[in-house]
Design a protein around this ligand. Structure first.
Ligand code: PMT
Length: 215
């Protein structure tokens, strides 16, 4: 099968030398890509900037901003049977990118931000994707309720929820602890390395393929 995976952070430019970003290292998404490639799947990894070596044998699509990632996913998703969105995409970007480096002036500086497109939220409605759709939910409170809301709003078959208020899991850690949130049930997976969870998750999504969602 062909599995598209998004990973890592996005960078939203402020001026030629500055950007807004977040703490995603890409470890979770790359662990999934590695596990899928090891199982013999074709992997399309659409990644924001990370410091991780690209696993062997995958199609690597580097991106920087949310807008770049949106375009890459729009182009590639039609080739996928399964799409897994592990990237931490910035919800907002600066309304304008200054052409020159912004100079110091007053004591405060106000940046106007505008909404970025929701890539996962566009998969069904705009890109017409009808394969297995897996989102992530990075939550600091009400993890189950928020993940269920995302599952419904974004048309996912499964949402992988993690509590990113914890320092020992989630962003930039080598380990994670996740809840598999389905429309009708929630299955916890024990804390483990992202590598191990990557393998478990690939097995889970393989089991979700049916003749109707196989491209
Ligand atoms: O990269 P690591 O350091 O290993 O950390 C892993 C992780 C914490 C980043 C990962 O496990 C995780 O939770 N990824 C999702 C992060 C996130 O932005 O979640 P969210 O709840 O804000 O977004 C919900 C879903 O919509 C996600 O699948 C996200 O990829 C997607 N999204 C969000 C906004 C947007 N504009 N487009 C999107 O596609």
């Amino acid at each position: 099968m062909t599995i598209l995976i998004t990973a890592g952070p996005t960078r939203e430019a402020i001026d030629p030398v500055r950007y807004l970003t977040n703490r995603s290292s890409g470890k979770m998404g790359y662990a999934l890509a590695d596990a899928a490639a090891q199982k013999g799947h074709r992997v399309i990894l659409v990644s924001g900037p990370t410091e991780i070596d690209v696993p062997d044998g995958i199609d690597f699509i580097p991106t920087e901003s949310a807008a770049d990632m949106y375009q890459a996913v729009e182009y590639w998703i039609g080739k996928a049977d399964i799409a897994i969105f592990a990237a931490a995409v910035a919800d907002y970007r600066p309304a304008q990118i200054a052409e020159q480096k912004i100079k110091k002036s007053g004591d405060t500086l106000t940046l106007e931000l505008v909404r970025n497109p929701d890539i996962l939220g566009s998969a069904r409605s705009t890109f017409g994707f009808n394969g297995v759709l897996v989102g992530f939910a990075a939550e600091t409170e009400d993890v189950e309720e928020n993940a269920l809301g995302k599952l419904e709003r974004k048309g996912c078959d499964l949402v992988v929820a993690n509590d990113v208020s914890r320092k020992d899991i989630g962003f930039d850690s080598n380990e994670n602890e996740i809840l598999l949130v389905y429309p009708d049930r929630i299955v916890p997976l024990e804390k483990a390395s992202k590598h191990h969870l990557g393998h478990q998750l690939i097995e889970v999504v393989e089991g979700m393929i049916t003749p109707s969602n196989h491209q």
